[in-house]
Design a protein. Sequence first.
Lengths: 177, 650
Amino acid sequence: MREDLSSSEFDQILHRTQARIRAYIAGLGVVAHEVDDLAQEIYLEFYRTGDRMPLEVEPERWLKGIARNVCMNHFRKTTRRKRLHRRALAEILAATESDLHVASNELDLESQLELCCAKLPPKSRQLLSLKYEQELSSSAIADAVDSTAEAVRIALFRIRSALRDCITRRQEALGET
Amino acid sequence: MSERPSEDHEIDERTEQVLVSRYVHGRDTLDESYVEMLVAACRRNPALAVQLHEQLMVDELLRQQLDEKRGDFVSQVEQRVRDEQSGMQGGLASLADLVPIDGDAVPDDGVESDDNGIDMREYAIRELDQYRESRDRRGGWVRVLGFVAVVLATAAVTLWLTWPADDSGVLFPTGDVQVARGREVLYPTEPFVTGPGDEIRVSADGSAVVKYADATEVVLEPGTTLSIPATGVGKQLVVSQGELRAKVSPQPAGRPMQLATPSARATVVGTEFALAVRPNGVTRLEVREGRVELARLADGKSVGVEADQYAVAAEPNGPLEVRTAEFPASEWAEQSPEEAGLSEPQVQTFAETVGGRGCIVRDGRLVHTWGDVSTHGPGSRVTEALLSHLLFLAVEDGRIDSLDDRVVVRQPLLADLGGDRKDAAITWRQLAQHTCGYGTRDAPGATFSLKGLQAGLLADTLVERVFATEWSEVDDELLQPRLVGPLQCEDRPTMSGGTPGVLRISPRDLARFGLLYLRDGRWKERRLLDRRLAAVATSSPVSNDVPVSAAKPGPTIRNQRSPWRSVEIDHFGSYSFGWWLNGVDRDGRRLLPDAPTDTVVATAIDGREALVVVPSRGLVMTYADGNRFDWKPGADNRLNQAIAALLAER
């Protein structure tokens, strides 16, 4: 470990930020099964270069800087000409960070999400379970709930929007207290 | 996929939700046309991009929380860190040494990326920029300015310490730029010291500047390939394709800067100039200040090109001439045929051969007119070159990202034509080049068909959906401010006075449009079209590998209009965005065998109206209501005969 970033500091930062950094990577459009691999690379870079981080810069901000470059290079390497649109989309998404309603800052996003999930109606929780726990495709979920794949996708879209709203409200409330 | 996004021009909220949810759920397998629509929708509506970002974040957080099969991420990272500490990834550890934000020197090879292409300085600077912005909002001006000053000073000192003292330059890349060094290909994202043997490849998405210690600067335009010979005296560059502009400080005696192209060599002692290599190998040199010697490699002929002059090294055996090109004011300045280096019989023969009414312009001055040159022409396919001009303006404006964008983004009705959705893949380039297959059963890019329906689709989509105007307003809102006004046309050209999309223009005003392209999009001190786009227009022939369509008619958008009747004609390896280049067809026949190879022509297929531009000779000729003839390659082509007569040795 570098002189001015101890093992315990690194571990602390890793535990504190990993969920949000992985969400940030996904938010740039990295496909789900590649998120963790890229996130590992980001933390390794952080580990190697943490000593160069100015004292006044928050580690999470520094990590996001690494993340942006790692992701853009990832898109540059993996997207050929026919997939240039994905790179363009990643750049658009990266530029939205300051406008996000869900503040991915030091607040405990994970526990806020858990509390918000608990408030969802049973049918919504069932859909989340089918999608994220059982990892069923939209078509398989549609078969299970007697609907169409498109309707399932839209329903999940609305559930995620509701969760986002809930998290935002809780963050605002916590911020006020 | 069975369902399609909405066909409305403005995507509605429901369609946005469909696009976003499909991207969130299956972005690794999603059809590119959907991603393209999503990009366009996010650009139009930034709130949608925020929504998508948050959907993706919440999706990932739900996966983290609910997917029990997902590995323990923290443990995985800790294991990799332990591996790193024990040296298992020693090869990567050197990356840290390439982070010179605290003043470290740039490494010898100037490369600051690792195998992943991670640019540590870039992210540091970005981070600090963001940090600065957030502090600015809190009012920390003094500290921020001090901090920025330190960063800039550090960068300046680093660059100064590493600046090469010899004739090597420092490359400042922007976007996608590669440097081939030996067997290695590098992707510099920071200032990079070039050296003998390097080949710099600037992609269509990049640009670069090479700066030398003596303040000489060479700007490499997108699509340029430039190499630095391993041997040579002074600054030596080889331009194999693309275009550059240079501002060259006075060079030491006996050590001029030299730029070689496939067809010519330019020797520079100190000046400002632009050098372009067209895909057909033609080299064009335009000098703004000072003097440049241009030598043609094929026969060793050379000329000195001075300020506000240009020269084109085209066919090997023709003259290599230095031209000056004036720009007309509200009226054309005139010169006699003799003053223009022509003769009365020559210009008379040209006029009699093509017939009708028209004019000949050389070096920006009117040389000869016949008939009424102030009355509008019939509005033939000559104006397809103008439609392409509007397309290039849309690209230049950023209304269209690229010629290879799909037209369906602006005309959603293309998405569901026929049963195979083939027309959803049509690009702007294919539409303007008539290789789109629209109105036939052919796939986009597969065949050439000079269909009026395609011109109609191009015209309507551009004007109504890209420039968001109406045909009744197009003269005032588009034509006048972007073309007719700056060119100071005399006879009120119009695109709405007859068939919408067909330009009605007098021969003497059409000559102004030709002169604009002769000068690569520049008009006086103003650039009306990006130089590179002007070059694309007149140097991108349809490949001889593309056959003429023999397919049956296919479906079209309901009520699709056609400004011109369709004609069955080959592209002769020459058709380029409404212009006919002097190319060679599949049988090896040159379109205009007795005309200079850099001749470009916009013409009615029956030959009755044409605009001819010959940059290497400084010539623009236009005529309307001329004699009919078959537009085909060979000496029989009447326009070929007319140009040959005009340029015959006296």
